[in-house]
Design a protein around this ligand. Structure first.
Ligand code: NDP
Ligand code: TDO
Length: 303
């Protein structure tokens, strides 16, 4: 009998890492690594954790994701987001293992009108975006058979994100504002993990290589995303005080010291053409999240 593929997930405790471990454990032998077993800012720690392992695929969702913190901790951001992926790609190469690296819509400057494709030139406007782009380049330069998937505006059941944050705000405050000048494609971690499977295992068993955009279909502004969240929360019985969320501008949010792309909506056309699968819309995925993730109880406790 053929043995199941052996998959290593580096960053298994994160938002996406949890969804990946849960999904890929169904049909594969999964080893999930997280701190303190592996520290991506230390090359020796990466070697000590990965070199003893035998595996066929490695997925790297771990990253320094605090966008504003990256601006003031540039060396750390590059160590984790650019140099660690390079070393991990080299180790995968030495083991003849396929690597999937997870990247971001923040590699774009956000000036394009419409959906970004894989052919659009990245021009990051933050240290986070630039360090992630360098990570992508190292992984694909090490082997063109490696896979880089860019995802965006991620949320999911394992760890609170924007939907939980805005629900908490809407329970506490009657008046809320969110930027109407920032557009993107909200994406659920559960969907990302499910959609990744056919790329990694392919129809003939050969993993995809190169760059793919992978998000829930469609796009919205931050204001529209927030409104959809609180409407779903209200339907689910949360004590929402806010009604319509008013529009403000990204520049009004003083805490956001890093620049963000005004538009980073991404096209799934390459993914759809490769797999024949169309990711469900961001609205459907968000409704499923509110229906299933048990967020309501946690939000009520937090509010
Ligand atoms: N969140 C988002 O909206 C988006 C994310 N992405 C990309 O998707 C991927 C997954 O994001 P997400 O799941 O939200 O991220 P999380 O922040 O939830 O998870 C990242 C994980 O990386 C781990 N990590 C950070 N620094 C180190 C380190 N020095 N050594 C070892 N592990 C470390 C964290 O560990 P610990 O738990 O110990 O802190 C955490 O578990 C990332 O590559 C991110 O760049 C792309 C677009 C949108
Ligand atoms: C929208 C908003 C958020 N916040 C807070 C909520 C949250 O704690 C913090 C940052 O919000 P977000 O995480 O939603 O925003 P942001 O850091 O821009 O999220 C990004 O993360 C990286 C990793 C990516 O790759 C991107 O795709 C994107 O999802 O700012 C405000 O204080 N005011 C606001 O109006």
């Amino acid at each position: 009998m053929k043995r199941p593929p052996r998959v290593v997930i580096v960053g298994a405790a994160g938002r996406l890492g949890q969804a990946l471990e849960s999904r890929f454990s169904r049909e594969n032998t999964v080893t999930g690594l997280a701190r303190p077993l592996i520290d991506l800012s230390c090359a020796q720690s990466i070697r000590d954790a990965l070199e003893p392992l035998d595996f066929d695929h490695l997925i790297l969702p771990a990253a320094m994701t605090a966008v504003d913190l990256c601006e003031t901790h540039e060396d750390q951001a590059y160590a984790i987001n650019a140099y660690a992926p390079r070393l991990i790609a080299e180790i995968c190469g030495s083991k003849k293992a396929h690597m999937t690296h997870v990247s971001t819509d923040f590699v774009f400057d956000g000036k394009k009108a419409g959906f970004y494709t894989e052919a659009d030139k990245p021009r990051p406007v933050s240290v986070y975006g630039a360090s992630k782009l360098e990570g992508e380049e190292h992984v694909l330069a090490t082997s063109p058979h490696n896979l880089v998937v860019r995802i965006s505006w991620l949320y999911g059941p394992g760890k609170p994100a924007f939907p939980e944050w805005i629900t908490g705000q809407a329970c506490a405050e009657a008046e809320l504002w969110l930027p109407a000048d920032k557009t993107g494609s909200p994406t659920c971690s559960v969907d990302t993990a499910e959609l990744l499977e056919p790329l990694i295992f392919g129809s003939e068993g050969a993993p995809a290589g190169g760059l793919f955009h992978l998000c829930n279909s469609g796009s919205c502004t931050w204001q529209e995303w927030g409104q959809a969240c609180i409407d779903l929360a209200r339907e689910a019985g949360a004590p929402i005080r806010a009604g319509r969320i008013a529009a403000n501008a990204l520049a009004d949010i003083a805490a956001m010291t890093a620049k963000r792309p005004p538009n980073s909506a991404m096209s799934n056309a390459k993914y759809v053409s490769y797999t024949g699968i169309t990711p469900r819309s961001w609205e459907e995925a968000l409704a499923a999240h509110f229906a299933t993730s048990g967020f309501l109880g946690k939000s009520l406790i937090a509010a």
